[in-house]
Structures are given as structure tokens and as C-alpha cells.
Design a protein around this ligand. Structure first.
Ligand SMILES: Nc1nc2c(c(=O)[nH]1)N[C@H]1C(S)=C(S)[C@@H](COP(=O)(O)OP(=O)(O)OC[C@H]3O[C@@H](n4cnc5c(=O)[nH]c(N)nc54)[C@H](O)[C@@H]3O)O[C@H]1N2
Ligand SMILES: Nc1nc2c(c(=O)[nH]1)N[C@H]1C(S)=C(S)[C@@H](COP(=O)(O)OP(=O)(O)OC[C@H]3O[C@@H](n4cnc5c(=O)[nH]c(N)nc54)[C@H](O)[C@@H]3O)O[C@H]1N2
Ligand SMILES: [Mo]
Length: 760
């Protein structure tokens, strides 16, 4: 087994003492009392609360400490002792708060009371819940429902999300974008077309049966660290892991388990990746096609020589369509072209393909490195092609594994948060609640902002999120947001999207699910779906952040009741106080997935939703799993071939960040401290341009739409990254990302390959 060298920027194992130190620092920073830190022991336990950080699977037999560094930070962030009270808003005008850093806004503490913007004083001032609901209801009542957008960020529970989508549809639109529109929508579209389900097909048990794992563009050490436990166990069984990532991410190189005394006391650590391929950004289709070519040509040779076949011929014949055309394309593509686009050598790709051909059951994990590209859907389809060649879908230990983002982003879709009417059970909802749901397609996130820039969206209701920071093209989208008539924000903490407000604007403080949801009928529990399609109950453990903050179902029910009045057959007050009633309705709407929901939600390890592709039933157009022949090798149509100074910018998450929430200004794993205004750049690219490390430069987007997109003051850091590619941080770099630079089929912004140049 070859040794994969560590990144010079972080020559240690991920996890380990660095991780423990980082956890204790944030507990102190947030003044989380030791008593409260025992809350961490309830994290991801069958009778405890489900972590608010990532969506990785929650095992039936958890470790004593079933949390990771990132999860502990997320918990500390929510259970902080700091508060942002009405007095805080008295002291700070909204204009002055616009100068605060994202970190400082959230670090100031939890929101404690419902607030309304007052233009006369330029301040948010306290209002009662009744008044807030009444006025929001009146405002929404005066608007055309098609001009209102209901965004969901991915944290809210299945119960809240179901109520939210029902409210939006009863109100009169399908404008239900969610964070998935900027994230794994390329998966929802690509996997659905290819295998008939828009989600991954693997479960935790598959880790025990797999022979090989691929990792494409997912940064496990930071973004789903608990998954390292499964990876470590598989590595101990000798399972190889082959990674494709432009950066050598420490979590993908090696891991010392901070919860394993042996590994903490001795320098022992587990090597994670056995092969590491630093593919060029946007080069994955080419790299995967190279591996497919190797498999197909090896199979051609085996067939000619009468040897056992390399391709799973029985599977391909019985279960798939489109193989011949795809195989012809793979055979006809030149290695020189594959090498040029992927930035990898033929020998390296043959090594990876060789391992693939030796393995019987293969899993393919992937993340934003595949989905956030102009050709993001094609990337997902190419990875599926590779799996299909050897029957690696619908058998134990094998399958696609999109590692999801927000902790309930997958679940929100499952219970109807979608702008696509064909994905929601509208006939059933019509019958169940005696109303006529709108049938017109709604707006996804990019479309909502396109319409907002044109002045066609008048109001946005936000169930979490910070869209002004998370969407592309900040210089166009932020002013459009400020022109809205109404912004309603259900949130735990203040962020910039609340400050760049509409004419009428509310910030409504909600409880996190770590807190106890008390209602007149007793303490209520919620539920969510993890990345592997398992549903889990979650019971809050901490005292509510404030007397006046409310659980999300309370807030959604309050707005719905005030807006819909007599128009709605739903007893919103009853749902607000008894979430089991909502679960009952979810079970009626989706009996296949949620039958006996109230009883099954406490099953250790969760209950699994049925996924036809897991037993080789293909709910696709053709009724088979579909190979896709790629249109091009991964060339981004926006990447100007003829501009020699062009660079591809990928926007990254740091350590100590959850999306737009910045816990600390530091990226320990990449050796970046005290600033986020950095670009990671190859030494050769620095020298070619006569620049030097530490120099501050300006990036400019290469686009011919007449808009000058620039970001100044970025410090150059020499980094091991393929030539022609650079890395910068999200959300800081979002000014550079054009709104139209998205994957055609999914509209996921191409945040991992923005065409830019350096200007001085
Ligand atoms: N602690 C923490 N956890 C999180 C989040 C967080 O911000 N902080 N965010 C949550 C959310 S919403 C999401 S969606 C997930 C995101 O988790 P990831 O899917 O890991 O997303 P990113 O951090 O954006 O980074 C993706 C990785 O892709 C690599 N990459 C970039 N371009 C390419 C490419 O063209 N090809 C390949 N092969 N690789 C590429 C980058 O080097 C990086 O390692 O994490 C979730 N979990
Ligand atoms: N350039 C670039 N842009 C990107 C990405 C990228 O990689 N690069 N990634 C994209 C991805 S994958 C995603 S998912 C989006 C995320 O985009 P968003 O959904 O817009 O952003 P978040 O940062 O997840 O939202 C943070 C806010 O949610 C609120 N919040 C936190 N917890 C709760 C809760 O329990 N309930 C409620 N109601 N509110 C809560 C807090 O007020 C907090 O400020 O960004 C996308 N944008
Ligand atoms: Mo995400």
C-alpha cells in the first residue's frame, strides 16, 4: 500500500489533540458551563437530540461521545450563554450593524425576542408575537402569492418543514426553494435520472461489507467528521480508499480518533486514503471517464481472450440502458484529452481503475466538488456510470453516497419542500386538507433571485438561512433584497440577511432543536432524516435560550393561521402544541415512508425509507438504470479557453465554519490564521505572474456581461493545488460568482469553478 503524504500546511492527523483543544476553546469562548457541556453526551443518541451540524448517519449503538469537533462547535454555538436582547438593538442601529463581520454578528449571542424594523429610528424594536403574526398575515394577504418566496435552510425538523410547505401551498404558490438548490440538487436531478431515486442508496451496514471506497470532492474531516469512524473501521479491515480532490485535505489523508485512548496516547493514526489524486477542479468527468475507459478496454481484452469478463455483463444486460453508446464514447476518447482536462496521468487513472476492477463491492462518496459545477449533474451521472459498469448499485457494500449538507436538508425534500410540483403529492394534500394546491412550478433559489433582481419577487420568508451571504452575485442580489416589500426571518442568531432588510421586516427568534420544546401539552420531540435516508427522533436537552423565543412549529403555525384565517382547514393551534398530530398527517401523506411514524421514530439507528434502487428496481423513464454519454469532458462553457491568464476559483469552507456561520477566523487544517481573505495558489502560477507569497491582490471574474465583479485584498498563499486552479473562501468570494454560472439541469451555482483573473 502506498503512503499518501500529508499536506505541508497541516502535517498532522486530523482529529487527535488538535481537535480536542479546539472543542474546549469554543466551549470557553461561548461560556458554556461545564454542566451544560454534559449536553454533548446526549448528542446523536437514540433518546437524545440529533446534532444540528452535518447530516451524517446516526448509529444504533453510538459511542459514548457520538459527536465530533464540528458538532461540538455547533452545539456550543447554540447553547452559548451570550444573548442579543432588545437592549442590544437599542444601542445599535441597523446601519451600524451592517459594518459588523459575519462572525461578530452571530457571536453576539442568541436572539431573545421578536423584533420589527423601525425605519424612523433605523433600529429593530421589540414587538409581541401576536402583533408580528397579525401584520405578517396582513402583508402576505395583500401580495400576489406568486411574488412571495418561502425559503428553507435545511435545519428545521420534518414536522416544521411539512407545516411550512403546506402553508405555502395553501397560501397559493410552490415557491419553496431550499439550500439543496445550492448544494446537492445536482444529485437530486442526476441520480433520479440515472437510478430513479434522488438520494444515496447506502446505509451504515454497507460500510461493513464494502471492498473499496471512492471519495470525490468531499471534505470529510471538516464537514462530516463522524463518518471518519466508519472510514477508520473499514481501513482496519484493509479496505482501500481512493480520493479525488484538488487539495490534500488532512481528514482524507489520516485520522487519529480523539475518542480512542490508544490513539490519543500513542502517535498511532489511521491512514485514510490509499491513493490520492489531485484532480484539477472541474476535471472529474474526465478522470472518471478515464477509469471507465480502462474498465471497458480491459473487458474488451478479456472478451477477446475468452477470460472472465471485467464488466458485470449480466447486470448491464438486465438492468441498464445506454451502455453501448457510452462504451463507444469511452473507447473513442483519447488519453491525451483525459489527461489534459483531469490534470492526472494515464498511469494514475489506471492504478485507480485497477483497484476498482479488483473490488466486488464499491461505494462512491461525494460532495460539493462534484455538484457545484456548470457540469455538476454530468459529474454525478459519470460517477453512476462507473458504478453501473460493475453492478455496484443495489448490492451490499456498494452504491452512490452523496454526503448531504444541512442536518435535515434531505428530510425537508422528503416531506414536500420543493418548487417542483411533480415531486410533491399534491393530489393527496388536496384530498387530505380539502384545498386546491397550486400546480404551477415554483421558483428555486437561483430563479428566486433572478426574479428578485427583475423586481418580480416582493417578499421572502426565511426558515433559517442567510441568503444575502450564501447566494451568488452579491453586488446584484443584495440590493435586490433591500428592495423587497417584506422580509420575515425565523432565526436563532442575527445575520446580514436580517440587516439588509425589506421595507417591512421581522426577525423572529426560534429555539434550536437542542433546546426543550415546551408546550401546554408537554415537552415535544421532533424528527429528521440523515444522509443515508434514516429517520430519527430528537428530544431537546437544554433550557430554551429565552422566555420569548419559540419553537419553529409555533412560529410557522402562527404565521399560517394569521395569513390563511378561515381559508385553511388545519387546526394550526393543535399542531403547534402537539407535534405527534403533525407526524400523523405526514404518515397519511406518505404512508410508504412514514407509516406508524410516532412509534417508529425512536427506533435506535432510525428507520429507513424504502429506496427502490437498493433492490434494483429502477423508477426511471426507461424502467432501467441509465448510462449517460457525456456531452463534453468537463469543459466549463464559461471558462474562456483563449484567455491565458484565466484561473478557476473554487470557493471552500474552512475549519471552524458552518456555511455562513463563522465560529472562528481560522482554517487550522489548511494553515490559515486570523484572516479569510486568502487565495490558495500553486507556486508555479505565482511565479509565472511574478507575484509573491503574502502579496495582496484583486480577483476579477472573467465574464462578458458588462458587470465588473471584483474582490480586493486577497493574500496569496502558496499551496499544493493543481496549476490553473485557485481556492478562496465561501461566503467572502460570492461577489465573484455570477448568478447565471450554474449547472444547467439543476441550477446549482458553479461555486467550485469561477473563471477569474488576477488584477493588481
Ligand atoms: N463543519 C462544517 N460541516 C458542514 C458544513 C460546514 O460549513 N461546516 N456545511 C454543510 C453543508 S450545507 C454541506 S453542503 C456540506 C459540504 O461539504 P463538502 O461537500 O465537503 O463541501 P466543501 O467544503 O465546499 O468542499 C468540497 C471539497 O471538494 C474539493 N473540490 C473542489 N472542487 C473540486 C473538483 O472540481 N473536484 C473534486 N473532486 N473536488 C473538488 C475541495 O477541495 C473540498 O475538499 O458540509 C456540511 N457540513
Ligand atoms: N460560493 C459558495 N456559495 C455557497 C456554497 C459554496 O460552497 N460556495 N455552498 C452552498 C451550500 S452547500 C449551502 S447549503 C448554502 C447555505 O446557505 P443558507 O441556508 O443561506 O445559510 P446558513 O449559513 O446555513 O444559515 C445560517 C443561519 O441560519 C440560522 N439558523 C441556525 N440554526 C437555525 C435553526 O435551528 N432554525 C432556524 N430557523 N434558523 C437557524 C441562523 O440565523 C444562521 O445565521 O450556501 C451555498 N452557497
Ligand atoms: Mo449544503
Amino acid at each position: 500500500m502506498s503512503k499518501v503524504n500529508k499536506s505541508p500546511s497541516y502535517p498532522f492527523a486530523s482529529g487527535g489533540w488538535g481537535s480536542l483543544k479546539s472543542v474546549t476553546t469554543i466551549l470557553a469562548q461561548e461560556k458554556v458551563a461545564l454542566k451544560d457541556s454534559t449536553i454533548l453526551l446526549k448528542q446523536n443518541k437514540p433518546d437524545g437530540f440529533m446534532c444540528v451540524s452535518c447530516s451524517w448517519a446516526k448509529p444504533a449503538d453510538p459511542h459514548t461521545f457520538e459527536f465530533c469537533e464540528s458538532g461540538a462547535k455547533a452545539t456550543a454555538w447554540d447553547t452559548t450563554a451570550k444573548r442579543m436582547t432588545p437592549e442590544f438593538f437599542e444601542l445599535n442601529t441597523v446601519t451600524s450593524l451592517l459594518n459588523w463581520h459575519d462572525h461578530d454578528l452571530e457571536e453576539a449571542g442568541r436572539l431573545t425576542a421578536p423584533m420589527k424594523y423601525d425605519a424612523a429610528t433605523d433600529r429593530y424594536t421589540e414587538v409581541s408575537w401576536e402583533e408580528a403574526f397579525r401584520e405578517i398575515g396582513r402583508e402576505l394577504g395583500a401580495l400576489d402569492p406568486e411574488s412571495v418566496v418561502f425559503y428553507a435552510s435545511g435545519r428545521a425538523s420534518l414536522e416544521t418543514s411539512y407545516m411550512y410547505q403546506l402553508f405555502a401551498r395553501m397560501y397559493g404558490c410552490n415557491n419553496l426553494p431550499d439550500s439543496s438548490n445550492m448544494c446537492h440538487e445536482s444529485t437530486s436531478v442526476g441520480l433520479k435520472e440515472a437510478i430513479g431515486v434522488g438520494v444515496g442508496t447506502i446505509t451504515l451496514e454497507d460500510f461493513e461489507k464494502t471492498d473499496l471506497m471512492f471519495f470525490f470532492g468531499q471534505n470529510v474531516g471538516t464537514n462530516s467528521p463522524r463518518m471518519l469512524h466508519q472510514l477508520q473501521d473499514a481501513r482496519k479491515r484493509g479496505v482501500p480508499i481512493i480520493t479525488f480532490n484538488p487539495l490534500r485535505e488532512p481528514g482524507l489523508v489520516s485520522f487519529a480518533n480523539p475518542q480512542s485512548p490508544v490513539q490519543m496516547l500513542t502517535p498511532a493514526e489511521t491512514q485514510i486514503s490509499t491513493q490520492y489524486h489531485q484532480v484539477k477542479t472541474g476535471g472529474d468527468t474526465a478522470a472518471i471517464l478515464g477509469m471507465c475507459k480502462a474498465v471497458i478496454e480491459a473487458d474488451d481484452r478479456a472478451k477477446a481472450q475468452g477470460l472472465p469478463r471485467v464488466i458485470d455483463v449480466a447486470f448491464v444486460d438486465e438492468h441498464t440502458t445506454g451502455f453501448d453508446e457510452f462504451a463507444a464514447c469511452a473507447r473513442a476518447t483519447d488519453w491525451s484529452e483525459i489527461e489534459r482536462v483531469s490534470g492526472l496521468t494515464r498511469a494514475a487513472l489506471l492504478d485507480a481503475a485497477g483497484e476498482y476492477m479488483r473490488a466486488n463491492a464499491v461505494m462512491a462518496h461525494y460532495g460539493m466538488g462534484l455538484t457545484q459545477h456548470r457540469l455538476g449533474v454530468q459529474n454525478v451521472r459519470m460517477l453512476t456510470n462507473l458504478l453501473l459498469l460493475r453492478g455496484n448499485i443495489g448490492k451490499p457494500g456498494a452504491g452512490p453516497s452523496p454526503v448531504r449538507g444541512h442536518s435535515n436538508v434531505q428530510g425537508q425534500r422528503t416531506v414536500g419542500i420543493t418548487e417542483k410540483p411533480e415531486l410533491a403529492p399534491l393530489d393527496q394534500l388536496a384530498k387530505q386538507f380539502s384545498f386546491e394546491p397550486p400546480r404551477k412550478k415554483g421558483l428555486n433559489t437561483v430563479e428566486a433571485f433572478e426574479a428578485m433582481v427583475k423586481g418580480n419577487v416582493k417578499a421572502v420568508v426565511n426558515l433559517g438561512g442567510n441568503l444575502v451571504r450564501s447566494v451568488p452575485d452579491r453586488l446584484q442580489t443584495e440590493p435586490a433584497w433591500a428592495r423587497l416589500r417584506l422580509t420575515v426571518n425565523v432565526a436563532t442568531k442575527l445575520n446580514r440577511s436580517h440587516l439588509v432588510h425589506g421595507e417591512v421586516s421581522y426577525v423572529l427568534p426560534c429555539l434550536s432543536r437542542i433546546e426543550i420544546h415546551r408546550t401546554p401539552l408537554g415537552d415535544q420531540a421532533v424528527s429528521m432524516e440523515d444522509s443515508t435516508g434514516c429517520m430519527h427522533g430528537s428530544r431537546g436537552a437544554a433550557e430554551p435560550a429565552s422566555e420569548k423565543a419559540r419553537p419553529e412549529p409555533f412560529i410557522v403555525a402562527g404565521i399560517a393561521k394569521a395569513t390563511l384565517g378561515e381559508r385553511s382547514s388545519v387546526d394550526w393551534d393543535a399542531w403547534r402544541d402537539d407535534y405527534s398530530l403533525v407526524r400523523g398527517e405526514i404518515a397519511t401523506t406518505y404512508p410508504d415512508i412514514f407509516h406508524d411514524f410516532n412509534e417508529r421514530m425512536w427506533q435506535p439507528g432510525g428507520f429507513h425509507r424504502p429506496l427502490p434502487a437498493r433492490h434494483r428496481e429502477w423508477k426511471t423513464k426507461s424502467g432501467k438504470a441509465e448510462f449517460l454519454t457525456p456531452h463534453s469532458l468537463g469543459e466549463d462553457p464559461d471558462m474562456p479557453e483563449k484567455v491565458p491568464e484565466a484561473l478557476r476559483l473554487m470557493t471552500l469552507r474552512s475549519d471552524s465554519q458552518f456555511n455562513t456561520t463563522i465560529y472562528k477566523i481560522e482554517d487550522r487544517f489548511r494553515g490559515v490564521k486570523d484572516t479569510r481573505m486568502v487565495i490558495l495558489m500553486n507556486k508555479a502560477d505565482i511565479e509565472k505572474r511574478r507575484l509573491h507569497e503574502g502579496q495582496k491582490v484583486t480577483l476579477q471574474t472573467i465574464a462578458d456581461d458588462g458587470i465588473d465583479r471584483r474582490l480586493e485584498g486577497l493574500k496569496i498563499k502558496a499551496y499544493e493545488i493543481p496549476e490553473g486552479c485557485i481556492g478562496g473562501y465561501y461566503p467572502e468570494c460570492n461577489v465573484l460568482l455570477p448568478l447565471w454560472h450554474y449547472a444547467k439541469e439543476s441550477k446549482v451555482p458553479g461555486a467550485k469553478s469561477i473563471p477569474v483573473r488576477i488584477v493588481q
